[in-house]
Design a protein around this ligand. Structure first.
Ligand code: MG
Ligand code: MG
Length: 279
């Protein structure tokens, strides 16, 4: 069952989304050589608290406690990195994932940020991952199917020039999800088309989905470190992760965790973003 939200509930999710956007912006502005991932966690925690919101990350996840309000995944870490004492170095690539709850409604988004000057190939990796997210978001429209989002993400990545090591790996085993009265809900949103899986449910107004491609400079395969959280690539290649929470409304898609509701980026795909209920 996919949870269908009323316009009033989507407005609350927009409020949560804006808190996440503000927290990620503060983190992005703070990223620099010498800053620790724990510093970034404190910055995000302050933004969440200042907005009167709470964290959906710093919580029990099926019996496993996550100690941060952000996930900080550096270099070959793909997702779920635990923030702490690790100090960022010039040339690193960090993915920051953050979430917040307002009035019981959840937001979830992620960005990749270069630390100082990084190799051009890493900027291209991040741009490819972000671009694929927007290509998927552009498919969030009435009468499309869930698989159209997956195809939007995958086809964008496959159209990009290949990195020197050969190809981009679209990370398997992790993906997007429904979001609303909980952070992780039905349906699972794959970042690629899986043969034989079918086109999935029809997209209808009131559905809210987190779309979050994870791409590496090599393998699609990952393993989890002994800390039981950090997901790394099996071949040590570096990865990027971008995410937005998106609502499908009667007026089209509203990117809940984008400051402008997705207006500018969706326009590049010929899609008009829905009006912001809180504007
Ligand atoms: Mg996330
Ligand atoms: Mg997510």
């Amino acid at each position: 069952m996919v949870e269908i939200k009323t316009p009033e509930q989507i407005a609350k999710m927009r409020a949560a989304g804006l808190v996440v956007a503000a927290a990620l912006k503060a983190c992005r502005d703070a990223v620099a050589p010498g800053v620790s991932t724990g510093d970034l966690d404190e910055i995000a925690a302050k933004v969440i608290a200042d907005h009167g919101a709470t964290s959906n990350f710093k919580a029990d996840h099926g019996g496993l406690w996550f100690p941060g309000v952000i996930c900080a995944s550096v270099n070959d870490e793909v997702v779920h990195g635990i923030p702490g004492g690790r100090v960022l170095q010039e040339g690193d690539l960090i993915s920051i994932d953050c979430g917040a709850i307002v009035d019981g409604w959840h937001g979830d988004a992620a960005i990749t940020v270069p630390v100082g000057a990084v190799a051009p190939e890493l900027l291209q990796l991040s741009a490819t991952t972000e671009g694929s997210m927007w290509s998927g978001i552009a498919q969030v429209k009435k009468n499309n199917r869930l698989q159209d989002i997956s195809r939007g993400v995958e086809s964008y990545i496959r159209r990009q020039p290949l990195p020197s090591k050969g190809k981009y790996g679209i990370v398997e085993g992790y993906g997007g999800h429904g979001i609303g009265s909980a952070m992780h809900m039905e349906p699972h949103v794959l970042n690629y088309v899986e043969r034989g899986r079918g086109r999935g449910p029809k997209l209808v107004p009131g559905m809210c989905l987190a779309i979050e491609p994870m791409v590496s400079l090599g393998t699609p395969h990952t393993r989890v470190l002994e800390d039981q959280w950090t997901v790394v690539t099996t071949d040590g290649t570096w990865a990027s992760h971008w995410e937005h929470s998106v609502a499908l409304t009667e007026q089209g898609p509203l990117v809940l965790t984008a400051e402008d509701g997705g207006k500018a980026k969706l326009a590049e795909h010929g899609v008009t973003a829905a009006p912001d209920p809180l504007a």
